[in-house]
Design a protein around this ligand. Structure first.
Ligand SMILES: Cc1cc2nc3c(=O)[nH]c(=O)nc-3n(C[C@H](O)[C@H](O)[C@H](O)COP(=O)(O)OP(=O)(O)OC[C@H]3O[C@@H](n4cnc5c(N)ncnc54)[C@H](O)[C@@H]3O)c2cc1C
Length: 276
């Protein structure tokens, strides 16, 4: 099947994109790398009358370090992060995650902003940015605002975003001496979405720990008690029993097999984060 007819615009500036998205006489949809929107257009699950391609907006294609934070433009591709094009993300958890998204053809075009806006529960960026405690920067013709992860993702394919708004960037912690992270996902084969996934971020300086479980029915879920105990006691608190108890709270609908996959994903993620 092919997409129904739509108008296409590729603005060079965010201001131009905002004014195109403001038009409420037609159904307008932003486009990043089109890796999720493209199939939806072809299947006619999405039928916008106008598509606004944001991939040419330079101000959304930059990465900058600002103090202890890094601002990642929404139109930056997974492949650019994987390739280390932006120094602040070299050796960062985001580079490790980018390398593991789908396969190269998808990574060449798929963008951070598109992935966050699409909010597939099994997607990598929604999980990694939740563990990083990222803030999503959103803008429209009316102004700018921020939405913190994981609050930005309200549920499966549902986010805190109005039709006239764009994600312009995502702000994550910069690499810091002493900070530790882990990322583990089970995929049936390379390039597929995760069946179970976990991301963890520890910053001893601010005594922050976030262990987040992904690939659930809805948004990724923070494991708050386990995070607090591991932050306090280190690897000693990450016992199989403690992980099982934490996972059970957020997976009431899962079968034993699926829950075991989640438990093992957390265990392996924490081993990566906390191992010597
Ligand atoms: C075969 C295949 C395998 C995949 N496997 C994985 C995987 O393992 N892990 C994973 O995480 N992802 C995977 N993906 C998804 C991929 O990462 C996509 O890149 C991502 O979901 C969407 O990004 P995009 O830039 O292509 O967005 P698009 O497809 O262009 O857009 C997706 C949605 O976001 C909206 N949007 C786009 N940009 C913005 C913006 N800046 N502001 C507001 N709204 C915006 C669009 O309107 C649309 O609703 C896979 C995709 C394919 C095709």
């Amino acid at each position: 099947m092919k997409a129904a007819k739509f108008d296409y615009a590729r603005p060079a500036t965010a201001a131009e994109a905002f004014s195109l998205l403001k038009d409420d006489t037609v159904i307008v949809k932003p486009m990043g790398g089109s890796q999720s929107l493209g199939p939806m257009l072809n299947l006619r699950l999405a039928r916008p009358q106008k598509v606004v391609d944001v991939s040419g907006i330079e101000e959304m294609r930059t990465v900058s370090k600002e103090g202890n934070r890094v601002r990642v433009g929404a139109a930056v591709t997974h492949a650019e992060i994987e390739d280390g094009v932006f120094e602040p993300l070299v050796g960062h958890m985001m580079q490790y995650v980018a390398e593991r998204i789908a396969y190269r053809a998808v990574r060449n075009r798929g963008t951070v902003g598109g992935s966050l806006a699409h909010a597939d529960p099994a997607a990598d960026w929604v999980l990694a940015t939740a563990a990083l405690g990222a803030e999503v920067e959103i803008a429209s013709a009316e102004g700018k605002r921020r939405s913190s992860m994981p609050e930005f993702m309200l549920g499966a394919y549902t986010v805190d975003l109005q039709p006239n708004e764009l994600i312009t960037s995502v702000v994550v912690p910069a690499k810091a001496a002493g900070s530790r992270w882990g990322y583990y996902k089970f995929c049936r084969k390379t390039g597929e979405f995760a069946e179970a996934s976990c991301a963890a971020w520890f910053d001893p300086a601010s005594k922050t720990a976030r262990i987040v479980l992904g690939a659930l029915d809805g948004a990724p879920q923070l494991l708050p008690e386990l995070s607090a105990r591991v932050a306090e006691q280190g690897p000693a608190a990450a016992t199989r029993e403690a992980i099982e108890a934490a996972v059970a709270v957020v997976t009431p609908e899962k079968s034993t097999v699926q829950r075991n996959l989640c438990v093992t994903a957390v265990e392996r993620c924490l081993k990566q984060a906390l191992g010597e």
